[in-house]
Design a protein around this ligand. Structure first.
Ligand SMILES: Cc1cc2nc3c(=O)[nH]c(=O)nc-3n(C[C@H](O)[C@H](O)[C@H](O)COP(=O)(O)OP(=O)(O)OC[C@H]3O[C@@H](n4cnc5c(N)ncnc54)[C@H](O)[C@@H]3O)c2cc1C
Length: 540
């Protein structure tokens, strides 16, 4: 059997890749050993950039609907125990509040205006179920659940892979032009390519307890949060809601050297809650907080994406989000190569663009983890009544405001850029300042092309997609660029934008945006070397 793209692994990254390729008209074969989505929820925080990608695929509202109710505030709360004393609260608006009061909220938190989304609370298992339903609907994707990639051989034309059906042991050979390893931490594609991972390694130990506590929700007051950091000694960890109702996960962290507890999980959960509520344990999953990045992301025909090439500590909620952006980078480049207008350097620069982001984001998450460690070393009086307790809780609360970078790292999500990529044309503008919690909108080449509402419900982001987009802010002289694109058969959509605020942010009269929504080139008039620019951005 033949397929243009063989995708090994249907976690969130493989599923998003298959759907993005399908949206671009590219068929794929998706292979996954699990016949059903793994029930343990894992990821919970869907970043703004990921939501923007899902918006392009028409799935943003389905992602929100798979999460907590839209009316649920997304507050993160620090407590002694969940039903104990509140120490500090990061107030984060619900989806409904954002829809109602975006302008007022943005006046207080300017980052809210940076994207159509701010924070989305949808667990990985319902997200994957929704994505599997979309995959099943797509005529472009053949999904084989219950199968795994066993081995592969690469040559100049492509890859020949052997798949095995787990239930029957049946083997099948597949010829593909490209093989993508989105097959997770123990990636068969990565080991087949002989690629090692480097970094700080394993930073501690952790266990996730997925439980149901039907009576808990009603005990959380008028504005329940979605995530509670429990600081009491002996049960330090994080409890977060999965469905906004009875379902929760307690991630118990153990510092290096601290023995992972052998305590009965239900007793541990009850201690963290602070009361002996009725608990049903659904599943327990041990996982390792790590900072590791693959030394290479690719060969000529095989590419790694997601956990196959970067392993995170979950502090910051960046792992899956970074992986989905890998998938987006791969999808448009593969489509361009298969359609013939993408040059040889396009996919060759997948690693150049994505690996620095894998390195940066895993280090950012590890930094959050290092800083979280100190917060669990609490004063003895933390739970006491009276002045000593008040002082202890006040001292802990004073340490917390900088931790907002765990929960709303919008600068990390939207500031990921490809400024040093050979596929980007530098315009000499000064670098954009980076701050994990602030986002400075900029159309400097390499940056994500900024959002702005251009009509009710229509974002500037909605203009970008299958081909390149040339934005004209009253700019003349775009003919040379358009002619060069036509000559190179590069799909180009030209959009005249009459929006003064957006024109100020984009800073130039002509801005060329890639199919992944990153700026490739900008200028006030068409460049003298228009064909050279077009060839550069299409990797020719
Ligand atoms: C407690 C916890 C909380 C987290 N919270 C967040 C968060 O809030 N936000 C966030 O962005 N990230 C978070 N993460 C990280 C996130 O879960 C991972 O980054 C994400 O699962 C990576 O997706 P993936 O598709 O790359 O890999 P996986 O989800 O691991 O999927 C890989 C798939 O490949 C399949 N596979 C394996 N071998 C083969 C083979 N030989 N052939 C074919 N298929 C194969 C596996 O069965 C699996 O389904 C969290 C992780 C943990 C542990």
């Amino acid at each position: 059997m033949k397929t243009p793209v063989l995708i090994a692994g249907a976690g969130p990254v493989g599923l998003a890749l298959a759907l993005d390729l399908a949206w671009r008209g590219v068929p794929s074969l998706l292979v996954e050993p699990l016949t059903e989505v793994h029930p343990h929820p894992r990821a919970i925080s869907i970043g703004v950039r990921t939501m923007e990608h899902f918006r392009r695929l028409g799935l943003d509202q389905k992602v929100i609907d798979a999460g907590v109710p839209r009316s649920r505030a997304l507050d993160v709360v620090y407590v002694t125990r969940m039903l104990g004393r509140e120490i500090f609260r990061f107030q984060i608006p619900s989806i409904d509040e954002l829809a109602r009061d975006a302008a007022a909220l943005a006046a207080r938190t300017p980052e809210i205006a940076a994207s159509p989304y701010y924070k989305t609370w949808t667990a990985q298992s319902p997200l994957e179920r929704m994505l599997r339903t979309e995959v099943a609907r797509s005529p472009k994707i053949e999904a084989r659940y219950g199968w795994r990639l066993d081995s592969f051989v690469e040559n100049e034309q492509g890859v020949t892979a052997t798949l095995i059906e787990l239930a029957s042991g049946r083997r099948e050979e597949i010829a593909a032009q490209y093989l993508i390893g989105s097959d997770g931490a123990n990636s068969a594609v990565r080991s087949g390519l002989g690629i090692r991972m480097s970094g700080r390694g394993t930073l501690g130990d952790a266990v996730g307890l997925y439980f149901k506590a039907p009576a808990l929700g009603a005990r959380l007051g008028v504005r329940p949060g979605v995530m509670y950091w429990v600081l009491a000694p002996g049960c330090g960890g994080v409890i977060y809601t999965i469905d906004g109702g009875a379902e929760w996960v307690f991630n118990r962290y153990f510092a290096p050297g601290e023995a992972a507890s052998t305590e009965d999980p239900i007793a541990l959960i009850r201690r963290a809650l602070g009361e002996p509520l009725e608990i049903e344990l659904v599943s327990a999953q041990k996982w390792l907080p790590r900072q590791l990045v693959a030394d290479r992301y690719q060969s000529a025909r095989c590419f790694l994406a997601g956990d196959a090439c970067h392993l995170f500590v979950p502090t910051g909620g960046l792992g899956m989000n970074t992986g989905i952006s890998d998938a987006v980078d791969l999808a448009w480049k593969i489509a361009a190569r298969l359609e013939g207008w993408g040059g040889e350097k396009l996919l060759a620069n997948y690693e150049t663009e994505r690996r620095p982001i894998g390195l940066f984001n895993t280090c950012e998450a590890a930094d959050n983890y290092d800083k979280s460690g100190t917060i669990f070393a609490v004063p003895e009086a933390l739970e006491q009544e009276g002045a000593a307790g008040e002082t202890a809780r006040g001292a802990v609360a004073a340490l917390l405001p900088p931790k907002i970078k765990h929960f709303a790292p919008i600068g990390v999500h939207l500031g990921s850029a490809y400024e040093n990529s050979p596929l980007i044309v530098d315009d000499g503008a000064p670098p954009v300042p980076f701050d994990p919690v602030r986002y400075t909108p900029s159309a400097r080449p390499g940056q994500r092309a900024p959002h702005g509402w251009i009509a009710p419900g229509q974002s500037a982001l909605d203009l970008f997609g299958r081909g390149f987009t040339l934005l004209r802010f009253g700019g003349a002289g775009s003919e040379a660029l358009i002619a060069a694109a036509r000559e190179a058969e590069l799909p180009l959509n030209v959009e005249d934008v009459a929006d003064y605020a957006l024109a100020e942010i984009y800073e130039r009269r002509l801005v060329l945006v890639r199919p992944d929504g990153h700026v490739a080139w900008r200028g006030d008039s068409a460049p003298a070397q228009a064909r050279a620019i077009i060839d550069r951005v299409r990797g020719a």
